[in-house]
Every structure is written in structure tokens, then in C-alpha cells.
Design a protein around this ligand. Structure first.
Ligand code: SF4
Ligand code: MSK
Length: 651
């Protein structure tokens, strides 16, 4: 029987995505969804982590249990190969986040040492706080002087050879001891990645447990190193986010504005694009082309960065990047690094709009490269917007299809603002959150983060998992493309509490005026979740380590190596972390047991996998209940539920 074609409705739950996918199909333009079909069935060896191509005696594909086929040419087993592959993914992900952090630190150094930079130090309070975290003397020093030292100390963390990364000291004391006992405290950010590449070279480290320890060390150098540097120093340069409202989805594009999609990750460029979009010279040029103004809209994590600090609307998440072009209304897509499909120029060629690459490390053969240089940031940003404006009059008449789909939402929650919102500006504190967890109104806290993956229905897994969690009184913190999925589904509005949250969570959200799902930023901002969780531990009443908290993490539609690095730093920090879609070691029983069982003995947190969204959420809730019981606060929640029953009886 012929295989049934998937409809756009099978591909996504998002109406804007469905509509634009129909347009792409009508124009016979291939998108990632079609290319996935043409790749299927995926390679069984690769999917299960059983393929090695680390040397030219291979590639070797392992068939577990089949004599003669159960080892690579060198003798490597399934467990060795899958553990090597797994930690190489961590190295890839950690490198991406950490390079991002390095670029921010380099920019801060330039700003602190020059009077000519287009950037400024926007949050001096944050700079002082970061200086104190890094052991830098503040006194009555000039803020630029302090920032210069912050940048230098941060940059030194990348090349440090011995000792411990400075941000490790921010973790709860007990957690630091666990890391020291296991020998996984990162020495230097770059060193841990290089050591993974060395250990996984042909003929070096063959012990899965030993390999995974280095994986943990490298992941910690991301979460408590490169990513944390990125987030903290971005707050100094661009401001610490505060709650704000915005709009999301392809419908944010307008017929009469130059629509520019900013796609990628690093806010150095996008911050300047925001400034350039308001520049009088640029606006005059835009008007000379017949447009009324500039509409910026972000895709992926760049979207989250400029959203969090400026309220710039979001055009879409990862799987919408090609579809933004299919509207014929996107005049330019300006990209930097990470999560950018190399297909974009060929899709753009079938529709309207130009693709501009800007990062010196990231080019595409058919895209125009306008290199972005922080020394000439505003000028480059202005040039890019004017090039986009040149395309405005060329939109194909009668073929512009902007889906009229948008949703409003609230974002901009940093660790600092959660602190203030819960405790008030004079007594900023996590006490009310901890108290509401202890009294059972909030059952626990879950970080639901990460990408989209066309192997599952776009956004559906994120939204179903999140709805199930909040229905069961679990407060959700979200970042990345998961946050965008939640925003599109209307879950990031305070009103969502009454509609979707359980009674305890709804009561807390309504009292404080927060949504049941809290948008905390981009993928590097997962480090904000680590800091928030640490603040909960330090506040008291919920144990003395991150692994004691009734908390867990999830990446239900993950696809990138960065997600594996994030997952591992959550696990190594003591957090139960569950992934959906697929898991890259499932063909190797020993390695999977290390990750799914032994890590719990080592770190108090462990990996898990469940593709079904409801079962996925239920596993998270089970873990939260296990932790509540261990803390002795499970009875409090039973009382809260009894109160509700009693209330229902009365009514
Ligand atoms: Fe095969 Fe071993 Fe070479 Fe990997 S390192 S490709 S398992 S021979
Ligand atoms: S952008 S890493 S698809 S979350 Fe951070 Fe989205 Fe995943 Fe890229």
C-alpha cells in the first residue's frame, strides 16, 4: 500500500505554519518537512548511537549481540561508541554556547576600553553584582574600569588550564562537593571541549563511565561557564530583562512595512538592528522605497534576545524559518550563527527576500555576506536594513500571503525580576515561591526548553507537555523555541492561569500577576534557570542541594547538540531531565544505563526519555512527587487538594 502523504495539519498544530506550508507545497518548494520524508527511514545505526566514523578503518556499524558484528574494526563496543558519540555532541553544543559567551565578553572589553563603541554599559547594577561574583574589587572604581576587569576575568575563563571555573562557586556548597568528589569541576571552558575531542579520537578512552564523566565536566563548563558568562555579560551590555508584552507568529509582518527577520543566536547584531531600525536616516530611506517603517521580527533565539530586552515581536520558531520566506512578505532574513538552515537561499529564490549572512564564521554559498563587525556595528546594521528596504518595492503583487495569526504574551523574566515580583522590590526574595511549594499550591517547578524537530508534530509536544504540567500545578520555566511554541499557544499570558492551570498554581499566578509559564529567554539563558534554582535552595526549606528540589527539566522536541549539552549540565547539576523525539544512545544498553540510572547515584539527577507527551509530563510529575515525599512536604499538598474538594462540596 502506498504511504499516505502527510498533510500540513499532520506537520504542525500552529495555524500560521499550516497556512504557509500549504503555500510552499502549492509552489512545489521543498521544506525541511519534505526533506525529512525523503530521508526516511532514518539510519537505524545512527539513530541508536551505533555508528562510528572516527577513523578511516570505519565507518563501523554495530549489531549488538551478533557475533562478528558487535564490535568496530578496532574492537570498540556499542557502549564505547555511543558514549563517545554522546560526549562529542556535548562538545559541539558547549562550543556553540561558549563561543557566544566569548563574543559577548570581547565586546564588553571593547566597550570598556573605548569611547567610540556603538554599544554601552546599560545595567551598572548588574555589572557590580557580576564583579562581586567574580571576586573583582568594586570600591569607588569607575564602572568602565570594573567592566574591563569583568571582561578580562571572563575571557581568561576560556583559556584557563588549571583550577576551577569561577561561577562554580555560585552553586550550592553541597553541589560543589559532589562535583569535586567526582572530579568533574571544569578547569577551563576550552580545555574541556578539547579533552573530549582527544579522548574520543581513535584509540584513547574506551570506558563509557569515564567518557561520560568528561562529558559532564564539559557540559558544566557550558552551563556554569560559557552560557552563564554570555547571559550575565549581555545583561550588563543590553540590560537585565524586565516583564513586557509582545506579539508572536508570522502575522506580525505587515503589508506596508519593510519586514526583516533576524535569525540566529547572538544579540550583538540584533541589538544594533533594533537601534538602526529607529535611525532617522534609515527611516527616510525606507520611506523613499514606499514603506511606512521597519518591522523587525525574530526567529529562534535571536528572537528571544531582542524580545526580552526590547519587546520586539517574534516571527516564529525553528521550523518556521523557511515558511517566513514563503509569505513573500519577508524582505530580508539576516542571520548570524546556529540553527540556520542552509536551505534558506534556495527557498528565498522561489519567493521574495534576500538572505544575508553576517558572522565571520558562518557563510552560505548562495547568500550575500555582509560581515558584521562590532567596531562598526551601527553602520553595518543600517546598511543591512537599507538593503532589505531595496526589496520592499519588489514584492510580487498579489502573491503576498501573511497569515493573519498572532498571539499576545508576556516575557522578560530574569532571575532578578522573578525575585522582585514574588518578594517586592524592598524584600526581593524567593520566599513566597518556596512557601507556595512547601504548602503544596505549587507542586514543583519544571524547565521545558529546546528546539523543534520535524520528526514530531511541530509545537504539539511542547504545548501538550506544558499544559499537562500546569494542569497539575507545576510552574513551568521556558526558554528557546519551546518558549515560542508556548507563546503561540497562548500559555504565556496571565489569563492562561485561570484557563489551563490547576487550582493551586492558578491561585498563586493570579495573586502575583504572572503567567503559569514563565519565559526566561534564549538557550544560553538556561543558565538563568540554574541561578533561579540555586536561589530557591539558598532561600531554605527545600533541602540543601539542587537535587533536593521538586524540580525537573525537559526538551520535548529537541534536535541540536546544544540541547544535549544543556541536558547534561542540568543532570550534572542534580536535575531529572527527560527528552522527547528520540534519544541518541538507545541501542547501547550499558551507556543508556549509565545515563538513565547510574547518573542518579552520582549526581542525584539523571536522563530519561519518553516520546509520548502525556507520559512524558507524567514522568516529570512523578519525579516531582518523589522529591516532595523525600522533603516531607507531600502531605501539605494532600491538604491543599482536600481543601479544594471541600470547596467543591460546599459549592
Ligand atoms: Fe571503527 Fe574503531 Fe575507527 Fe570507530 S574508531 S571507525 S569503531 S575502527
Ligand atoms: S534556537 S537550539 S532550535 S531552541 Fe536556540 Fe531553538 Fe533549539 Fe535552536
Amino acid at each position: 500500500m502506498a504511504k499516505q502523504e502527510k498533510t500540513p495539519q499532520d506537520r504542525s498544530i500552529d495555524q500560521a505554519t499550516i497556512q504557509t506550508l500549504e503555500i510552499a507545497q502549492a509552489n512545489k518548494v521543498m521544506t525541511c518537512f519534505d526533506r525529512l520524508d525523503s530521508q526516511e527511514p532514518g539510519c537505524k545505526f545512527g539513530t541508536q548511537g551505533l555508528c562510528c566514523k572516527n577513523c578511516a578503518m570505519g565507518p563501523c556499524r554495530i549489531i549488538v549481540g551478533k557475533e562478528g558484528k558487535d564490535r568496530g574494526v578496532c574492537g570498540a563496543t556499542a557502549d564505547t561508541i555511543s558514549a563517545r558519540n554522546f560526549i562529542r555532541m556535548i562538545a559541539g553544543g558547549a562550543s556553540a554556547h561558549s563561543d557566544h559567551g566569548r563574543n559577548v565578553a570581547e565586546t564588553l572589553l571593547k566597550v570598556a576600553t573605548s569611547d567610540k563603541s556603538d554599544y554601552q554599559i546599560k545595567d551598572e547594577q548588574k555589572a557590580i553584582k557580576v564583579a562581586m561574583d567574580l571576586g573583582i574589587e568594586v570600591g569607588d572604581r569607575d564602572i568602565k574600569d570594573i567592566c574591563k576587569e569583568i571582561a578580562e576575568v571572563s575571557l581568561a575563563q576560556f583559556g584557563q588550564q588549571h583550577g576551577e571555573l569561577k561561577y562554580i562557586a555560585k552553586a550550592p556548597i553541597k553541589r560543589q562537593e559532589i562535583w569535586r568528589n567526582l572530579g568533574v569541576v571544569p578547569r577551563g571552558i576550552d580545555r574541556e571541549t578539547v579533552e573530549i575531542m582527544h579522548r574520543t579520537h581513535m584509540g584513547v578512552d574506551h570506558d563509557p563511565e569515564h567518557l561520560l564523566l568528561q562529558g559532564a565536566r564539559c557540559a558544566l563548563s557550558d552551563g556554569w561557564g560559557g552560557s552563564m558568562i554570555g547571559t550575565e555579560l549581555q545583561d550588563i551590555l543590553f540590560g537585565t530583562p524586565e516583564p513586557l508584552t509582545s506579539q508572536v507568529n508570522l502575522g506580525i509582518m505587515k503589508d506596508d512595512t519593510v519586514n526583516i527577520s533576524v535569525h540566529g543566536h547572538e544579540p550583538l547584531l540584533s541589538e544594533m538592528l533594533v537601534a538602526a531600525s529607529l535611525d532617522p536616516e534609515v527611516l527616510a530611506y525606507v520611506k523613499s522605497k514606499g514603506a511606512t517603517g521597519v518591522q523587525l521580527g525574530g526567529i529562534c533565539c535571536t528572537a528571544n534576545e531582542i524580545l526580552m530586552r526590547h519587546g520586539v515581536p517574534i516571527m516564529g520558531n525553528f521550523l518556521q524559518q523557511e515558511l517566513a520566506l514563503a509569505t513573500n512578505a519577508c524582505d530580508a532574513m539576516i542571520v548570524d550563527v546556529q540553527c540556520i538552515f542552509p536551505s534558506l537561499p534556495s527557498v528565498a529564490a522561489c519567493f521574495h527576500g534576500s538572505i544575508f549572512t553576517t558572522a565571520h564564521i558562518a557563510k552560505m554559498p548562495e547568500a550575500e555576506h555582509i560581515e558584521f563587525d562590532t567596531d562598526n556595528a551601527l553602520e553595518t546594521a543600517k546598511k543591512l536594513i537599507m538593503r532589505a528596504a531595496d526589496n520592499f518595492p519588489k514584492r510580487p503583487k498579489g502573491k503576498v500571503n501573511i497569515p493573519q495569526v498572532t498571539e499576545e504574551f508576556v516575557a522578560g523574566f530574569s532571575h532578578e525580576t522573578i525575585n522582585y515580583m514574588l518578594g517586592g522590590s524592598f524584600r526581593a526574595s524567593y520566599r513566597p515561591l518556596n512557601d507556595n511549594i512547601i504548602n503544596g499550591k505549587i507542586r514543583g517547578v519544571a524547565g521545558v526548553v529546546g528546539c523543534n524537530n520535524p520528526k514530531v508534530q511541530h509545537d504539539n509536544v511542547h504545548v501538550t507537555v506544558i499544559k499537562e504540567l500546569i494542569k497539575n500545578d507545576v510552574l513551568v520555566l521556558t526558554t528557546g523555541c519551546g518558549a515560542i511554541a508556548a507563546a503561540k499557544a497562548g500559555l504565556l499570558k496571565p489569563e492562561a492561569a485561570a484557563e489551563f492551570a490547576g487550582p493551586g498554581l492558578a491561585e498563586v499566578c493570579e495573586t502575583v500577576g504572572i503567567p503559569p509559564v514563565i519565559h526566561m529567554g534564549s538557550c544560553v539563558d538556561n543558565s538563568r534557570i540554574l541561578i533561579a534554582a540555586t536561589a530557591m535552595v539558598k532561600e531554605g526549606g527545600l533541602g540543601d542541594d539542587l537535587s533536593d528540589l521538586p524540580a525537573c527539566g525537559s526538551a520535548p522536541e529537541w534536535m541540536s547538540e546544544k540541547a544535549i549539552s544543556i541536558g547534561q549540565y542540568f543532570v550534572s547539576s542534580g536535575v531529572y531531565t527527560i527528552f522527547g523525539v528520540t534519544f541518541p544512545t538507545l541501542g547501547a544498553e550499558g551507556t543508556t544505563k549509565e545515563l538513565f540510572e547510574h547518573m542518579e547515584e552520582q549526581y542525584g539527577g539523571k536522563w530519561d526519555f519518553e516520546a509520548d507527551p502525556i507520559k512524558h509530563a507524567q514522568k516529570m510529575i512523578e519525579h516531582i512527587d518523589k522529591k516532595r515525599k523525600a522533603l516531607g512536604i507531600d502531605k501539605a499538598r494532600e491538604r491543599v487538594l482536600a481543601d479544594m474538594d471541600a470547596r467543591r462540596e460546599i459549592s
